[in-house]
Design a protein around this ligand. Sequence first.
Ligand SMILES: NC(=O)c1ccc[n+]([C@@H]2O[C@H](COP(=O)([O-])OP(=O)(O)OC[C@H]3O[C@@H](n4cnc5c(N)ncnc54)[C@H](O)[C@@H]3O)[C@@H](O)[C@H]2O)c1
Length: 438
Amino acid sequence: MEITVIGTGYVGLVTAVGFAELGHRVLGVDRDAAKVRRLQAGDPVIYEPGLAEKLVAQQGAGRLHFTTEIAAGVRHAPILFICVGTPSLPDGSADLSQMEAVVRQIAAALDGYRLVVEKSTVPVRTSSWVHRTLRLYTRPGIEFEVASNPEFLREGRAVHDFFHPDRIVLGVPSQRAGDLLGEVYAPFHCPKVITDPNTAEIIKHACNSFLALKISYINLIAELCERTQADVHTVAQAMGLDQRIGPEFLEAGLGYGGACLPKDVQAFIHIGEEHGLDFSLLKEADAINRRRVDGILQKLKRALWILEDKEIAVLGLAFKANTDDVRGSQGLAVARALLDSGARVRLWDPHAAARAQELLSPSERVAYTDSIWGALEGAHAAVIATPWEELRALDLARVAATMLTPIVVDGRNLLDTEAVRAAGLEYHPVGRPSVAFT
Ligand SMILES: NC(=O)c1ccc[n+]([C@@H]2O[C@H](COP(=O)([O-])OP(=O)(O)OC[C@H]3O[C@@H](n4cnc5c(N)ncnc54)[C@H](O)[C@@H]3O)[C@@H](O)[C@H]2O)c1
């Protein structure tokens, strides 16, 4: 069937390419003309494993096109997926201005029934606002409906996640809307949760906030382990073997970042408060996450005494492995905190350095390196900030030989303690015993 996807960023582009591969005829719409030009030329703009090849293949098959014109998107399909950004406002609530702008543009172009689907993460009851806005700005007598179909893909595995979802959530106002979305997702055989739009909107925020709670919980346990010479890795392993808990999102370290979890937790706290509920459970998760960066700084201070003018390698700037996304990056936060302490930073990331450069103010105390070895050369310490495979597989003897003082602070608990000891590194993981300099 014909599908329009509005907003072709991390979610929208993967969704557009995925729908096309399923056989739908997809038009992707974005207001960013430069992005659309690159997409039209087969350049995915973002780094996401497997995406570039699929983009080119679907364009070649004639099933995927891009435009800047929302009106063309409205003409193209009976179903319009909105995938625009919903960042945080200063008070933590979701900034829905991109949503509202798109909805007004859709309303102006409506010429007959369309199903408008929110795929962006939005606060509960947004679908009512979308409905009202369509009613206000469209011509009388035109039919439309609004549904919620939240997205659960993970950056770095987004293509895989598109084709292998744990479940699909369809918040629909009617049988007609349910049937249309059912046709879109017919090729998937995973559980489908069919519900009302309000419930679907809450499901997304409830999931992300729960994941944040899980991460902050294990990081709190890591803090206890550090004070009691226990090992959080083994605690997490044993917890994860309990089927009621499960092993995922129990990795102690620098905490969660990215464009979703931090802002979704903030938004959910705000939504709870708007409805007279005390969501301090989530405020605590957020507070624990915020002190992760300081925890890394403290480890560096304990190792180096004075940070001023020290050369520190920060290995990893993407907020997680296999993406170039640096929004909410803990690695960038570490770099900023180091610069505030007077240190010099040498930054390495295999895919995210260019995007990091856009966000970090230029300074003669910041250097970007193409290789891990360039970052480590002459460094007083290194911080592992992103769990890239390259870092897991490091030649540790070479690390020791390359650095000025072989001190590694492992913000992602990537390295093996015995291997680190054998290589002669001083090593400070998170929630696990350190290895002293010998
Ligand atoms: N990134 C993720 O891993 C992820 C996962 C699940 C859900 N989400 C949610 O999906 C939504 C999109 O996230 P993202 O990471 O893809 O954002 P993004 O910033 O990468 O992409 C948003 C796109 O929307 C475009 N856009 C904005 N206003 C527009 C307009 N008026 N007309 C046309 N295009 C417009 C932007 O140019 C941009 O390309 C957010 O609500 C986010 O919370 C994101």
